[in-house]
Design a protein around this ligand. Structure first.
Ligand SMILES: [Zn+2]
Ligand SMILES: [Zn+2]
Length: 301
């Protein structure tokens, strides 16, 4: 499909691509993998979408459908994937081309601006949250940015107590987390008042994995949602003992997308968005890097 881009979310992964932390980009490359736009051109056999329809283009842009991961329902781990804004051109642009099999219709209750962060911060945040396990009553979220602020709302909606961990001393973001339904908010150097059943680490800081391990109870899971992270410091085995686990999340499946985009309007998830013009994309990236943003940066085109 040829898509006229309306908005494109700015994601920390864009910084990792830009900085060379992710080492195999297509070059030259257009960044951006949270694209909301309108279908303006369709291949001859397309029936799933129509001209003029609003759609979303996420990070997962292609899978082979034939490798052992795809065949067992783990297309997020496909051996021959393509990723929007990394190995395929993305949405920091006026137009984008996408394989419609990986695109989503977008829930109508969201504006173009508000919808963009659902596509990665929301989708991959949701997968991270889901992999934390089903029996979670107390959920820690380390790193309260684009993904954290979305998942906190989903978790609170599902009756979980959310413990939000921000940069030490960041009272503004802690207040923001409370407004979104967090039960407790504090610095990542603090211990929560209760042991957690699981913790999501949504900032690219390896030391947070250890901080989170210290805060989870027996049987608890620590799940990293990021694609890149600084080294995880060594830690004593007793922090992991009693069946605690640490794991990562990679990419998304289309099923994650369908589930999350159906759930978000029911909560309803409200996305906190800072808009930038396309020509100010570098400023948006700088502001994300320096932690100046509450919520998500979105380019409007
Ligand atoms: Zn992303
Ligand atoms: Zn595959």
């Amino acid at each position: 499909m040829l898509v006229k881009v309306h908005t494109c979310g700015v994601c920390r992964t864009d910084l990792h691509v830009l900085d060379g932390d992710l080492s195999e980009p297509k070059l030259p490359l257009i960044l951006g993998h949270q694209i909301v736009g309108e279908v303006v051109g369709l291949g001859a056999e397309v029936v799933r979408f129509r001209l003029g329809q609003r759609i979303g283009i996420p990070w997962l842009g292609y899978t082979d459908g034939t490798c052992r991961y795809c065949l067992r329902g783990q297309e997020n781990l496909c051996d021959h994937p393509q990723f929007t804004g990394y190995t395929l051109d993305g949405g920091y642009a006026e137009y984008a081309v996408a394989d419609l099999r990986y695109c989503f219709p977008m829930p109508e209750s969201y504006s173009d601006l508000a919808a963009a962060p659902l596509l990665c911060a929301g989708l991959i945040g949701y997968r991270t949250y889901r992999l934390a396990g089903e029996h979670v009553e107390r959920l820690g979220i380390y790193g309260f940015g684009a993904a954290g602020h979305i998942i906190a709302q989903v978790a609170a909606y599902q009756g979980k107590k959310v413990y939000a961990f921000t940069r030490p001393g960041d009272a503004d973001t802690q207040a923001f987390a409370k407004r979104l339904g967090a039960y407790w908010a504090g610095g990542s150097d603090e211990m929560p008042p209760d042991k957690l059943d699981a913790a999501l680490v949504l900032a690219p800081v390896g030391a947070l994995m250890v901080a989170a391990l210290k805060a989870v109870a027996k049987g608890g899971a620590v799940v990293s949602g990021g694609i890149h992270m600084t080294d995880i410091p060594s830690f004593p085995y007793h922090l992991l003992w009693e069946e605690r686990t640490i794991r990562s999340v990679a990419n998304l499946t289309r099923q994650d997308g369908d589930e999350f985009l159906a759930l978000a309007p029911k909560v309803p998830v409200k996305t906190e968005v800072t808009p930038y013009r396309l020509e100010d994309a570098n400023q948006a990236l700088d502001d994300l890097r320096s932690g100046k943003l509450d919520g998500a940066a979105v380019l409007t085109i």
